[in-house]
Each structure stands twice: as C-alpha cells, then as structure tokens.
Ligand binder design. Structure first.
Ligand SMILES: *Cc1c(COP(=O)(O)O)cnc(C)c1O
Length: 371
C-alpha cells in the first residue's frame, strides 16, 4: 500500500531526502536523560534577538488578521537600508524560501542548476524538487571554484547558487572573482548569491552584492534574519534583484508566506544596529576562542568568516559527534556534505564555547588513550 503511494512521486521527489536539521535540545535531553545541553549546531545567534525585537514581537496585536501579503512596511525599510526600490525586494519564509521560489519560477526538468561540492544542503534539495539536473562542481581548497563553475555553464543552465560565505565550510569569494563571474555569465540564467552570513564578514575585499543588482539584471542576492539578527525561529529572509525577477517570485509564492510577528520583528531588528554589532563582536571573540583551542590541540580547521567553523577531527566526525552528545554538546556532523572527518561548530557564548572545547578535548584524548 505505502509503496503505491510513494510511486505517485514525481521523478525529482522520488530521490529526495528530507533536509536533516540539527537535533533539538529537548529531544536529546529526553533521550539521554541529561540536562543543560548546549546546541552549537545550527548557526543561530547565541544572543538571540535584542530587547526591542522581543518587545515588537509581544506587541504584535494583529494575530487574528492575515499579515500584509506585500510586507509593505518591511519592504520600505529594506529599500531604504539597501538603497534599492521596494519592487526589487521579495520577502520569504526564511531565505530558503527565496532559493526555492526562484528555482520553481524559472526551472523545468530539462534545465541545469550549478552549485559547488560541499555547498549549502538546500541547493540540491530545491534542484531535485523541480526535477532539474544538478551540476555539482568540485570544490577548490574547500571553497567554490568559480572558474570551474563558470566553465559548467551551457545553454541549459538556469540557476547558479553561490554561497558567500559558504555553509558549512566558511570559505568566501572576493569582489573581483564574483564580478568577473557576473560580467561573463549569460543572462538566460540567474546567478543567486546567498549572503546569509553577510553581517558577520569583516574582510575588506568581501563584496556586498546588493550594490550590484542594478548593474546585473540576472543577479539575485539573498539575505536572512535567521543568523546575525537572531530570528531563525520566526522564519524570515529576503531576496534583492531586478524587479522582473522579484515579480516572477511573487507569482509563485504563497500570498501570506510571512507572519505578522516575523514582519514586525524583522523591521525592528533592521533598525537595531547596536544589537547587531554586539552579535558580530561576540562572534569574533568566540571564533578566536575556538581557533586558539584547535591550534592548541593540534587540529586543522577551515578558516571561516561566518559564525561557525569546520574542524578536522582526523577520524569519523559522526562518531565524535555522538560522543559529544553524551557530554551535553550538540554540534553538526557534515558527512552528508562530503566531509566525513569534519565537524561544524557554531560559535556560541563564551561559556558554551568553553564547554565544547573541554568536551572535545575529553572525547579526543579518551580515544587516543584507548587506541
Ligand atoms: C542558514 C542559511 C540560510 C538561511 O536560512 P533561512 O531560511 O533564512 O533561515 C541560507 N543560506 C545558507 C548558506 C545558510 O547557511
């Protein structure tokens, strides 16, 4: 019976594996019977949202009414913030929805979607969901090989996904590399630059691609409130593009895809630069704390400009992940990203980072002592 129902799936959906989220804290506490578990697994902001945002959420009065399907207030605020027109903005239920909307709006099974090996897991998911062909380009030094990605473009190419910086590797592309790609790529495809971690990046040569959308009509930049702004649980992100691309995405999105509390929280968060700065600063010191510890422990890591870092544990990352769970620390195994010996750790509060470092030390030296 069940098999017959599964046979109803379209070819793309047949091969689809659901996205694997990080384990929720409550679930693990129940399973292991321990508490005070910390989660450094999903690149959330350890400070959460600021006080003003919490107030904005609590004072959202219009719960019985449908939200503004056009998100007028937030779009005006974003238009001002980014110096673009409001018709260039698409609001999504997380920026993941934007990735899905662009794919659904312009891709059919005969088309190809290009992305890098070790890139964000949602790219293969949305590709498969529309039954398009995924062109996975081998990575270079864990990062996107833009020259090879460009060489993969042909007349069937419809979308290219670029994560800058990339999750889970934390690698990034500079201004010149991305501009060269945009200048030399054809306009029968959309180049999506996913800037989910934009606010965290401190490098001078890191591009703000939003500044280029009026120059390159085939560029779509995505941003999110889930990471540095601390609103992952509310699900809100956005795309900035040529107005025609925004128009296409608006045709396929659900009319009320983003809820009232999320809209008012996002607008408030955008104006709270103080909390953002505090979040970025905490991330910098936390990153330093982790990399110093890895250096001390003699562990290699991939230098990251995001709020997470991949460390090479020189053995099965999944096994170390499981042992860390018993120490009350949830991190992210990345074997499904083709990185079986790495773990991805989200930068947490100072004491959370400390707890992770001690747990890792214990788990790794424990193994060495046995072998
Ligand atoms: C977290 C993340 C997103 C954003 O997800 P939301 O749907 O906005 O929560 C997008 N891209 C990358 C690379 C990410 O890591």
């Amino acid at each position: 019976m069940a098999c017959d129902l599964l046979n109803l799936a379209t070819p793309g959906v047949t091969g689809l594996q659901p996205y694997q989220p990080g384990k929720p804290i409550e679930e693990l506490e129940r399973e292991l019977g321990i508490d005070n578990i910390i989660k450094l697994a999903s690149n959330e902001n350890p400070l959460g949202p600021g006080v003003k945002v919490k107030q904005a959420i609590l004072s959202t009065s219009e719960i019985s009414r449908y939200p503004d399907g056009n998100a007028h207030g937030l779009k005006m605020a974003l238009a001002k913030y980014h110096d673009v027109n409001d018709d260039q903005i698409t609001i999504g239920n997380g920026s993941n929805e934007i990735l899905e909307l662009i794919t659904r709006a312009i891709t059919e099974p005969q088309h190809e979607i290009i992305f890098s090996d070790h890139a964000f897991a949602v790219y293969p998911l949305v590709t498969q969901a529309v039954g398009a062909k995924a062109i996975v380009v081998p990575a270079k030094d864990w990062g996107h090989d833009i020259v090879a990605m460009q060489a993969a473009i042909n007349k069937n190419s419809r979308v290219m996904f670029i994560a800058n910086p990339n999750n889970p590797t934390g690698t990034w592309l500079n201004k010149r590399t991305l501009r060269t790609l945009l200048e030399s790529s054809p306009e029968h495809m959309v180049i999506v630059v996913d800037e989910a971690y934009f606010e965290y990046v401190q490098e001078d040569d890191y591009p703000n691609c939003v500044q280029w959308v009026n120059e390159f009509p085939h560029l779509l930049v995505t941003r999110t409130f889930s990471k540095a702004f601390g609103l992952a649980g509310l699900r809100i992100g956005y795309g900035i593009s040529h107005k025609d691309i925004a128009d296409l995405m608006n045709r396929v999105r659900q009319p009320f895809n983003v809820n009232n509390p999320a809209l008012s929280a996002a607008e408030t968060a955008l104006a709270d630069s103080e909390h953002l700065q505090q979040s970025v600063k905490l991330n910098q010191t936390g990153m330093q704390q982790l990399t110093s510890a890895f250096d001390r422990m003699g562990l290699q890591y991939i230098p990251s400009v995001g709020n997470f870092i991949c460390v090479d544990v020189e053995q099965s990352g999944m096994e170390i992940y499981k042992k860390l769970l018993h120490e009350g620390v949830i991190v992210r195994p990345v074997d499904n990203y083709g990185m079986p010996n790495h773990l991805r750790i989200t930068i947490g509060l100072e004491e959370e980072n400390e707890k992770f470092i001690n747990a890792l030390d214990k788990v790794l030296t424990g193994i060495n002592a046995v072998s």
